[in-house]
Design a protein around this ligand. Structure first.
Ligand code: GLU
Length: 447
C-alpha cells in the first residue's frame, strides 16, 4: 500500500513510461518500502529525490547491424540505460535475450542502483543489452554481433563513466569479444571499462562464481539468523546458467542437497543430488539443454519437460533463472511443500503476489537486490584490482565476498528493525539501498 505522496509519484512513473510493465513493478516494490523513510526525512520529499531517482540520467538506444554465417543481414536493437551515478560510475551488466526491450533494461537498471548501493562500494547503477538471441548462433556470429554492438557502445562507456559486465546471454566469451573491440577502437588497454573478464587479460578471481556463491552465503546467513543451516537441507534451484551452477557448487560445499534445476525446456530432478561436473559439462562446455543431463546421469535422475521446477518440494528455493518466474501459486506450492527460505539469485524472479505469500507464511525471503549483489560487488573488486594493476588470490577474494554478503545481510536486518519491520529483508534492502543514494544526491546539489 502506497503512502499518498508515493502513490502520486507512482502514477507519474506509469504515465511517463507507458507499457514498461517490468519497470513499473520494480519501482512499485521500492516505493512500497520507503514510505516510513519519508516520515523521518522530509528533506527527501522536499528535494524530489524519489522523482529524480525514477528518471534515468541518460538512455541510449542504437542500431546493431550484423551478418550471419550465410551472409544474411540482421538488425537488432542495443540499449544502455545510465540510471544513476551518484555513488560512482554507472555499473551493471548487459543482457542478450529476445525479450529485451526498454522496459526490461530500465527495471534492471533501477534495481541495480539499490543493489550496488547496498554493497557499500563506489558504484552507480546502469544496465544494457539487446534483443539479440544468442541461442543456436555460431561462435563467429556471436563475435560479429559483439563487435558491432561495441562499435556503438564504446563512445558511451569508460572506467570512470560506465562499466558494463555480463547478465543473461553475456558470459566470459562475450565479455572477451566486447573488450577486444573496445580496445581496438580506442587504442587503450583500459581494463576497468568492463568486468567479468577472463583471468588471462585482467579478470578477477571469484568473479565467475560470485553471484552464485554470494547468494548461497546470503541464504546461509538468513538460515543462521533462524538458528539453522544448509546442512542436509533439500534445495531446489531454477535455471542452470552461471548463477545456478555456482549456487549449487557453494550449497553443496555448505552441506545442502540440490535436487533439481531447470532451463527454458523444463527441469531435472535428481534426488541423489545434482552431479555438478556433469551439469557444467552439458551446460557450460557443450551448451546443451538439461534433458541431456538427465539422459547421461541415468538411474534416478529424470527430465520433466515444459513444467515449472517449483512443483518439486524443498526446504530452500533459489530462483536463479529470470524475472517473474515464481507466481503466487508457485509460492503457495513451495510453502505447502515445507519451504523455509528463498534466496533470489535472479533479478526480480518472484512476482509481487509470491513475495506476499512468502512473507505472510514467515518464510525468510532474500530479495535479489541483496541476495544476488555478490556478482556486482565482485565486479567492483575487479575494478579495484584493475585500477591498482594488482590481482588478488582466490581465497582472499572469496573472503572479501563473504564479508560483503554478511554485511549486506546484517544491514538489511538492522534497517528492517529500525523501521519496525523485523525480519523483512525486502524493506531492509530497499530502505538501506535508497538512503545511501538519496544522501549522496542531496550532497551533490540538484543533479
Ligand atoms: N548482471 C549482474 C547483476 O545483475 C552483474 C552486474 C555487474 O557485475 O556489473 O547484478
Amino acid at each position: 500500500m502506497l503512502h499518498e505522496k508515493l502513490s502520486m509519484i507512482y502514477d507519474n512513473v506509469l504515465r511517463r513510461n507507458p507499457g514498461e510493465t517490468e519497470f513499473h513493478q520494480a519501482v512499485r516494490e521500492v516505493l512500497e518500502s520507503i514510505g516510513p523513510v519519508l516520515g523521518k526525512h522530509p528533506e527527501y520529499a522536499e528535494s524530489k529525490i524519489i522523482e529524480r531517482i525514477c528518471e534515468p540520467e541518460r538512455q541510449i538506444i542504437f542500431r546493431v547491424p550484423w551478418e550471419d554465417d550465410r551472409g544474411e543481414v540482421h538488425i537488432n536493437r542495443g540499449f544502455r540505460v545510465e540510471f544513476n551515478s551518484a555513488l560512482g560510475p554507472y555499473k551493471g551488466g548487459l543482457r542478450f535475450h529476445p525479450s529485451v526491450y526498454l522496459g526490461i533494461v530500465k527495471f534492471l537498471g533501477f534495481e541495480q542502483i539499490f543493489k550496488n548501493s547496498l554493497t557499500g562500494l563506489p558504484i552507480g547503477g546502469g544496465k544494457g543489452g539487446s534483443d539479440f538471441d544468442p541461442k543456436g548462433r555460431s561462435q563467429r556470429e556471436i563475435m560479429r554481433f559483439c563487435q558491432s554492438f561495441m562499435t556503438e557502445l564504446y563512445r558511451h562507456i569508460g572506467e570512470h563513466t560506465d562499466v558494463p559486465a555480463g547478465d543473461i546471454g553475456v558470459g566470459g566469451r562475450e565479455v572477451g569479444y566486447l573488450f577486444g573491440q573496445y580496445k581496438r577502437i580506442t587504442n587503450r588497454y583500459e581494463s576497468g571499462v568492463i568486468t567479468g573478464k577472463g583471468l588471462s587479460y585482467g579478470g578477477a578471481q571469484v568473479r565467475t562464481e560470485a553471484t552464485g556463491y554470494g547468494c548461497a552465503f546470503f541464504v546461509e546467513e538468513m538460515l543462521k539468523a533462524r538458528g539453522t543451516s544448509f546442512d542436509g537441507r533439500r534445495v531446489v534451484i531454477s535455471g542452470s546458467g552461471n548463477v545456478a551452477v555456482y549456487t549449487i557448487e557453494k550449497i553443496q560445499q555448505l552441506g545442502g542437497v540440490v535436487v533439481a534445476c531447470s532451463d527454458s525446456s523444463g527441469y531435472v530432478v535428481d534426488d541423489k543430488g545434482i552431479d555438478l561436473d556433469l551439469l557444467k559439462q552439458v551446460k557450460e562446455v557443450e551448451r546443451l539443454r538439461v534433458d541431456v543431463y538427465a539422459e547421461r546421469r541415468g538411474g534416478g535422475a529424470s527430465f520433466v519437460p515444459a513444467r515449472s521446477v517449483w512443483e518439486v518440494p524443498c526446504e530452500v528455493a533459489m530462483p536463479s533463472a529470470t524475472q517473474n518466474e515464481i507466481t503466487g501459486r508457485d509460492a503457495e506450492l513451495l510453502v505447502r511443500g515445507g519451504c523455509i527460505a528463498v534466496g533470489e539469485g535472479a533479478n526480480m524472479p518472484t512476482m509481487p503476489e509470491g513475495i506476499k505469500v512468502f512473507q505472510e507464511a514467515g518464510v525468510a525471503f532474500g530479495p535479489g537486490k541483496a541476495a544476488n549483489a555478490g556478482g556486482v560487488a565482485t565486479s567492483a573488486l575487479e575494478m579495484q584490482q584493475n585500477a591498482s594493476r594488482d590481482s588478488w588470490t582466490f581465497e582472499f577474494s572469496e573472503r572479501r565476498l563473504q564479508e560483503i554478503m554478511r554485511d549486506i545481510h546484517a544491514r538489511c536486518l538492522s534497517t528492517a528493525d529500525e523501521y519496525g519491520m523485523p525480519g523483512n529483508y525486502v524493506a531492509g534492502a530497499n530502505i538501506d539501498g535508497f538512503k545511501r543514494v538519496a544522501d549522496a544526491m542531496l550532497a551533490l546539489g540538484l543533479i
